[in-house]
Design a binder for this molecule. Structure first.
Ligand code: NAP
Ligand code: NAG
Length: 308
């Protein structure tokens, strides 16, 4: 009797989890021959799967990573899995604005095109500071990408129609921005949420800035994904999260689907500035659609990264 009960509940759990993990694949098969894609943090997790998927569609793929050894290894993997040799890596540390400027200079010199920029790299809930003294989440997830995108924008305009994707997270909704304290660094999860909210505002304001100039922008929530993000945490937490991820999170390949969708789909291009979940446009909470706040964040960011 007890055995039967155990089997029954396990089966029930199994089907509930399976259902929760069901997600949509990107069914748009558009090719990207002749186009160049730049992916930040493409050496692991969602970024790497995105790189494989887009290289398979014929794009030239450049991954921008802070660790050259990890990057070289990832490039080998991406080439092997995508059957494409048009993949390379360049050094970029988003926690250092000088590195971002250096990277853009190199990139603009060596690469002729930029059709799709994917702001994918991200720090999870970690309390730390960047080399420039910004809170780690805000500095890497938002400011680094803000500067990067602005410096690459002329090239994106030249290659229009082009796209800028920014990875965010549905947890943006748990926090609001505090303009007195953009470098909020108190509760780890909340610093992460705020940086992902900043990504949402950034993507919307970028859509306004580039309107009519052939550049479209997308904020993407990839779902909850079994990627390498737990490596920043303690052993105990990693073990615990391994179990949680196994039950509730989707594999990286699945996590890349909405990113790929926004990179290629004509349907997505009709919603520039939009927020995308599960391969379709989704609705943001009203406070996150406030264009006044988005503009204010843009201007504050320009000052912080000394973009003038
Ligand atoms: N996993 C999820 O459930 C989930 C949910 C919602 C949103 N997201 C978002 O999805 C994006 C990708 O995350 P992931 O899940 O694939 O995590 P991941 O496996 O940890 O990948 C993060 C990538 O960002 C890179 N990175 C971190 N700091 C960097 C820096 N200072 N400069 C350059 N690159 C840096 C990492 O490089 P290293 O290998 O050198 O550390 C790594 O390649 C993130 O923006 C994340 O916020 C993830
Ligand atoms: C690599 O991709 C670029 C841009 O898509 C293209 O112009 C170039 O011909 C490709 N190179 C090779 C060797 O396929």
């Amino acid at each position: 009797m007890y055995l039967l009960y155990t089997i029954f509940t396990s089966l029930a759990f199994f089907f509930v989890f399976k259902r929760m993990k069901r997600r949509r694949y990107c069914t748009d098969l558009t090719r990207l021959d002749g186009k160049t894609v730049l992916i930040t943090g493409g050496n692991s997790g969602i970024g790497k799967e995105t790189a494989i998927a887009l290289a398979m569609r014929g794009a030239r793929v450049v991954i921008a990573c802070r660790d050259p050894d990890k990057a070289a290894k990832a490039v080998r993997d991406i080439k092997f899995k995508s059957h494409s040799l048009n993949v390379s890596h360049m050094e970029l540390d988003l926690a250092n604005l000088r590195s971002v400027r250096e990277f853009c200079k190199n990139f603009l010199q060596t690469e002729k095109r930029l059709d799709i920029l994917i702001n994918n790299a991200g720090m999870p809930s970690v309390l730390d500071w960047t080399d420039d003294g910004f809170s780690m989440c805000f500095g890497v997830n938002h400011l680094g990408h803000f500067l990067l995108t602005n410096l690459l924008l002329p090239r994106l305009r030249e290659c229009a129609p082009s796209r800028v994707l920014t990875l965010t997270c549905s947890s943006y909704k748990y926090q609001k921005l505090d303009f007195q304290d953009l470098n909020y660094n108190l509760l780890p999860f909340f610093t992460y949420c705020r940086s992902k909210l900043a990504n949402v505002y950034f993507s919307q304001e970028l859509a306004r800035v580039t309107e009519g100039k052939g550049v479209t922008t997308y904020a993407v929530h990839p779902g909850f994904v079994q990627s390498g993000w737990t490596c920043h945490f303690s052993f105990l937490f990693r073990i615990l999260m391994q179990v949680v991820m196994w039950m509730f999170f989707v594999p990286c390949e699945m996590g890349a689907q909405t990113v790929v969708y926004c990179a290629v789909s004509d349907e997505a291009a009709k919603h520039s500035g939009g927020y995308f979940v599960d391969c379709r446009p989704a609705t943001l909470r009203p406070f996150a659609r406030d264009s006044g706040v988005a503009k204010k964040l843009w201007e504050a960011s320009e000052r912080l990264v000394k973009l003038a």
